[in-house]
Design a protein around this ligand. Structure first.
Ligand code: CP
Length: 308
């Protein structure tokens, strides 16, 4: 599956030059969203279908805004209220929407590999908006854009990802992306939420948050994905927060003063992050959201517009 011709299924298949092209294009897209008239004709006449088989706020809204700011027509689909309630299959649903002459599919789905599977059965590009625990490529790209903006470069950074690494497509896509650069990648969380053998992906594993925070530039907090757990990964939410939740006191005491705090959202305030950190001066969480539009504009432009 080559980028951008066949879409964007995952970061794993990208080369550093592909990532740099997307980030460069995203930087040039940011200006459009700050204008009075937030629209350019780059994808005029094209139609993008947003097919969200799983819930989403940020990804879905920003893909829609991104397509509209590039002048594409957008159709949004979610299973509730659709004929999937009558038993129609996902692939039949996709093929029926494609029969209406759609130029690209943006897909979020629960099964890992769903985007890859669909892309093998359709003749338009597919962009992965998150598939189960597998990948969330545009999230990793918007995270990288945010880090680059904060520090001027990705090379040389120390990035710590904290929390439910096991169930996180965000962690996986970020690790694949950051490995393309000279970055020290750390993960921290309860042993039960750190995948066995993750060191082979080139990351350092920590189980104590205070120790993991020493010397880092970026702290990426993750939500505990209860919806993907059968239970039993830690004794209680209270216990989890006590050992792996980021509070202002822990941040100030153990992380360097210029370290920034990121979170892909949605937040579980008071669990993995306290409100004073989420809303504090070191939080770049809403910059991540803003960058989501620019990154998705860049990906749509390169994929749908053939803009390499
Ligand atoms: N970060 C993220 O994917 O958020 P949503 O689930 O709201 O799209």
């Amino acid at each position: 599956m080559s980028f951008p011709e066949r879409g964007l299924i995952g970061i794993r298949a990208l080369r550093r030059e592909d990532i740099e092209l997307i980030l460069r294009t995203a930087r040039s897209m940011k200006d459009i969203s700050k204008r009075d008239v937030k629209k350019v004709p780059a994808l005029r006449g094209k139609t993008v279908a947003n097919l969200f088989f799983e819930p989403s706020t940020r990804t879905r809204t920003s893909f829609e805004l991104a397509a509209k700011r590039l002048s594409a027509d957008v159709v949004n689909f979610s299973p509730s209220g659709s004929s999937m309630a009558k038993g129609e299959l996902m692939l039949d649903t996709v093929k029926n929407i494609l029969a209406m002459n759609v130029d690209a599919l943006v897909i979020r789905a629960k099964p890992e590999g769903a985007c890859e599977f669909i892309s093998q059965h359709v003749d338009v590009p597919v962009i992965n908006a998150g598939d189960g625990m597998h990948e969330h490529p545009t999230q990793a790209l918007l995270d990288a854009l945010t880090m680059e903006e904060q520090f001027g470069t990705l090379d040389g950074l120390k990035v710590l990802i904290v929390g439910d690494i096991l169930h996180s497509r965000v962690a996986r896509s970020n690790i694949y992306l950051l490995k393309n650069f000279d970055i020290e990648i750390r993960v921290c969380g309860p042993p039960t939420l750190i995948p066995r053998g993750i060191e082979s992906m080139g990351v350092k594993v920590f189980y104590h948050l205070q120790e993991a925070l020493e010397g880092v530039n970026v702290i990426m907090m993750l939500r505990i994905q209860m919806e993907r757990m059968q239970g039993g990964h830690f004794p209680s939410i209270h216990e989890y927060s006590k050992f792996w939740g980021l509070t202002a006191e822990i941040l100030d005491r153990h992380a360097p003063p210029d370290a920034v705090v990121m979170h892909p959202g949605p937040l579980n305030r008071g669990v993995e992050i306290t409100p004073d950190v989420a809303d504090g001066a070191r939080s770049v969480i809403l910059y991540q959201v803003e960058n989501g539009v620019a990154v998705r504009m860049a990906v749509l432009y390169l994929v749908v517009g053939g803009g390499r």
